[in-house]
Design a binder for this molecule. Sequence first.
Ligand SMILES: Cc1cc2nc3c(=O)[nH]c(=O)nc-3n(C[C@H](O)[C@H](O)[C@H](O)COP(=O)(O)O)c2cc1C
Length: 211
Amino acid sequence: MNDEPVHESDLAASWRVELQSLLHDVEAAEVVEPTAMQLATADADGRPSVRTVLRKGLDDRGVVFFTNLDSRKGRELAANPRAALVLPYVTLHRQVCVVGDVEQVTRAETVAYATSRPRGSQVSAWASRQSQPVADRATLEAQWAELDGRFGSEGPVPVPDFWGGFRVLPISVEFWWGRRDRLHDRFRYRRADGVPGSADDGGWVLERLNP
Ligand SMILES: Cc1cc2nc3c(=O)[nH]c(=O)nc-3n(C[C@H](O)[C@H](O)[C@H](O)COP(=O)(O)O)c2cc1C
């Protein structure tokens, strides 16, 4: 554990720059699955659910991941377009927590990412009715093989219209540093008006939180 105290003056002017600096350290540390993050959603009754997804984009507006739109998370986000993320770097004694609204990315962004994936993964996107019960592994593999043949084995795979990306548009981004005696450092970038906006538009308040 690096036990250097963190001061407000050490933090970047925007959460995005602060996060990119941390991700640079994460990359250097050769963390396992460095883009993995936990995504929490809630259904229309407010019942939460959480799972791991991969971070596939980061810009001034937010953090992007891709999934099946008919999955549990996809349906929950359609009914309640709000989410929270944890970017967990526990081996570095670091954590980032994001709370925000959610929007779907454009079809062009989805197609650009989907077609960059290995062909087998693209076929799997069609073969899996994500989050629905399936009788057995053999059924899943038969569906995959049937679709693989239908798309011509080596040929291009169309992007399913039930597949897409979401961008989490933060209203708060909290950075955590583990410190001795569990007297940790926490700083939060928070939207002053509670409405998502660009990381660089001056609408953010930076505040230290009790550990
Ligand atoms: C390391 C890791 C990365 C994952 N990445 C994704 C992802 O990017 N998109 C996705 O839909 N599921 C991903 N999954 C699977 C999800 O955690 C989850 O099982 C699946 O999306 C169904 O979630 P749901 O039923 O809550 O919608 C990943 C799982 C792990 C462990």
